[in-house]
Design a binder for this molecule. Structure first.
Ligand code: PMP
Length: 278
């Protein structure tokens, strides 16, 4: 695999990052995930804007190389060869010789980019495919989930707990209110309304979430950014998970309960999937 590290495209096994990088010592960095179809980035400007906001919120200076990000991704896309790919762009505060909470002001951010093969959303070709399984969990993450930091311990912890069953996604809630998935945003369909947790809650402002809301606003369907209670979540007619790599995918199993089944043509999420025309 070809990767980008601090200004150079090189083979993954030639890429070297110091163990004193603050990404390693403090998880002091941010990341972004950008899908690319036929070497065309989907919602590129939106992703770039969120990346810059994440850097800004952590007081990490914005590396100049981001001005050329789209052409770097295009080059990586060609070199890695997969038809569709998704890029991980990781930027840390940089390497610091002496471990200290306070970073020296002159250190330069580390910029590292990889790409992976992106499989098409399986529900595109097979809407009848079994829906995803999810588990509800108390949200124990920190209070700045609006920042896309590489510090994801709170997101990944429970999926490594051997005492818990394996599911496709974990849905976090706090004080009886749904926040988001460990790697996705959530929408529900209930009584002809589409509800999704508001950005005032402690969630990531998902690019896919925004895209769907925008598209729905151009239709006669009502979408509300509002609190979703656990009770509403459990009695939803449809539950959707959204992310840059998933697009939109339906939930079928919630804890041990199966959502009511309908004819696949009747599902609203399938209509929303049509908005993704890349
Ligand atoms: N919430 C969390 C916690 C995530 O990790 C992701 C995936 N990056 C999302 C939501 C969805 O965000 P996006 O649509 O920008 O991929």
């Amino acid at each position: 695999m070809w990767v980008f590290l601090n200004g150079r495209i090189l083979r993954e096994d030639k890429a070297r990052i110091s163990p004193l990088d603050r990404g390693f010592t403090f998880a002091d960095g941010v990341y972004e995930v950008i899908p690319s179809y036929n070497n065309k980035r989907f919602l590129f400007e939106e992703h770039l804007t969120r990346l810059k906001k994440s850097l800004n919120k952590l007081f990490i200076p914005c590396p100049q190389v981001l001005d050329e990000l789209n052409s770097i991704l295009s080059e990586l896309h060609k070199k890695n060869g997969f038809k569709n790919q998704f890029f991980y762009i990781q930027i840390t505060r940089g390497v610091q010789d002496i471990r200290s909470h306070e970073a020296e002001s002159e250190i330069l951010p580390t910029v590292f980019i990889t790409s992976q093969n992106l499989d098409l959303n399986p529900y595109r070709n097979n809407p009848d495919k079994k829906g995803l399984s999810v588990r509800l969990e108390e949200d124990i993450r920190w209070a700045r989930c609006d920042i896309k930091t590489t510090g994801l311990t709170g997101n990944i912890l429970s999926s490594h707990d051997p005492s818990k069953s394996k599911v496709d996604e974990i849905i976090f809630h706090k004080n009886g209110i749904i926040n988001e998935g460990s790697k996705s945003n959530v929408f529900i369909l209930i009584e002809n309304s589409i509800l999704t947790p508001s950005l005032d809650q402690n969630i990531l402002p998902g690019i896919t979430r925004d895209f769907i809301i925008e598209k729905l606003r151009g239709t006669d369907l009502e979408v509300l950014e509002t609190e979703v209670s656990l009770d509403q979540f459990r009695s939803a007619e449809e539950i959707w998970l959204t992310s840059s790599t998933k697009e939109i995918q339906p939930v079928q199993y919630l804890d041990d309960f199966e959502l009511p089944r309908r004819n696949s043509q009747d599902y609203l999420w399938l209509e929303v999937l049509n908005y993704f025309n890349h």
